[in-house]
Design a protein around this ligand. Structure first.
Ligand code: MG
Length: 396
């Protein structure tokens, strides 16, 4: 058994939307296909991979370092000792040969693209959906057949007023999401509070008796605020008891997060811009985040893939955190399978943006913020027609 071909390409996901930090007018994504010599139903098994929105395509790193290392590796050195399959852990070590520790930069994104394709191929070779394979190999629990998802959007874009924002959020609620997320920090505090209040008013129509609308809304500052601004927002939103307050300050400013955590009672979320298990360890040591109420959003498609994500979960365990506090960033099927297979708290979903990478299998509607996984072998990209067609167009 061996990898016979590795194909790489770049696609655009440019759009007019903005968060508090960046616009997406030039946003790109790297995609890969890893073709094996295992033939099923007359076709070679191929694993597909991509990375999440928000980091640009990684063609330089992929073509100069990571793909050549995989091509040059002795095929037998990449095989699983216990099964007739590729070994994602040995492949990860091959990719990371001659890479110094620390300073993770964006090589974690490049490695994550390849790692996703490897796991897709491995689960296809084993003829199992990835979530079942993960539950069997790494937990003593049964895989969940459905997982919590929340509808993320609420971006800023030219000419978008509160009515348009409310309409967007209503659309997600009508699609079956119970929790929605909107951006903050791209407008002054007073204006953002009006935006939040407009969405909360809309949410009133969807909540059950005795429930507060705030528990259905998360806000995301994308790391924009200094401590004073982060505190000012915290004071204003605390009485609303929101689902979470995400990335108030710089993702690596654990002291800022700790200052906030001492004074703000409802939940925080952060972690989508931490790309290694070492960074996660520092977050848990120094940020003051609370294992009983806060959320961690590390995204395996940006942070060296699932091999590294498993190490992050180990770090969580050492610090007394449950995997159920993890709700990864990215809104993609890979993290959805990881959530269902490893017992995470759920997954982000982008009902309206970042297509075709955002979103899950066709014909899997959301009910009560829960979504079913498909049982196709692998990550199930073949069940998402716009995405698989994009892979076919690029790789044949
Ligand atoms: Mg975010």
């Amino acid at each position: 058994m061996r990898i016979v071909e590795i194909k790489e390409s770049v696609v655009s996901i440019a759009s007019e939307i903005k968060n508090a930090y960046i616009d997406f007018s030039k946003m790109t994504v790297s995609i890969v296909a890893i073709v094996t010599d295992v033939v099923k139903e007359g076709k070679p098994i191929t694993g597909y991979g991509f990375h999440s929105n928000g980091r640009y395509a990684q063609s330089g790193l992929l073509n100069e370092r990571f793909i050549p290392r995989l091509r040059e590796a002795e095929p037998d050195s990449l095989l699983d000792d216990e099964r007739e399959n590729l070994d994602p852990f040995k492949i990860w070590n091959t990719l990371m040969q001659n890479e110094k520790p620390g300073g993770h930069g964006e090589r974690s994104v490049a490695v994550g693209v390849i790692d996703m394709a490897i796991w897709d191929a491995v689960a296809k070779i084993e003829e199992k959906p990835l979530y079942k394979l993960l539950a069997e190999r790494f937990t003593d629990q049964k895989a969940l057949k459905e997982t919590f998802v929340y509808g993320a959007g609420g971006y800023y874009y030219p000419g978008k007023n509160n009515e348009a924002l409310v309409q967007e959020m209503r659309g997600y609620l009508e699609q079956g999401y119970k929790v929605v997320k909107m951006k903050i920090g791209g407008a002054p505090l007073a204006e953002d509070m009006k935006r939040i209040e407009a969405v909360l008013k809309e949410l009133e129509a969807f909540i059950e008796r005795g429930e507060s609308a705030g528990r259905r809304l998360a806000v995301d500052a994308n790391g924009r605020f200094d401590l004073d601004t982060a505190r000012a927002y915290a004071r204003e939103i605390e009485p609303l008891n929101l689902f979470w307050y995400e990335e108030a300050g710089d993702p690596l400013d654990y002291a800022l997060q700790a200052e906030l955590a001492g004074k703000y009672k409802p939940s925080f979320a952060t972690g989508e811009n931490l790309f290694s298990h070492q960074d996660v360890a520092n977050l848990l040591r120094y940020s003051g985040l609370r294992p009983e109420k806060d959320y961690l959003q590390m995204d395996p498609a940006l942070s060296y893939g699932l091999v590294e994500y498993l190490r992050m979960l180990e770090v969580l365990k050492q610090h007394g955190w449950s995997p159920s506090r993890c709700i990864p960033h990215g809104g993609h099927q890979f993290a959805l399978h990881i959530a269902a297979g490893l017992g995470l708290g759920g997954n982000e979903s982008y009902p309206g943006v970042f297509q075709p990478f955002g979103g899950f299998a066709d014909h899997t509607p959301v009910h009560d913020s829960l979504i079913h996984l498909t049982d196709l072998p692998g990550v199930g990209f073949e069940a998402k027609s716009d995405l698989i067609n994009l892979f076919y167009e690029n790789f044949g």
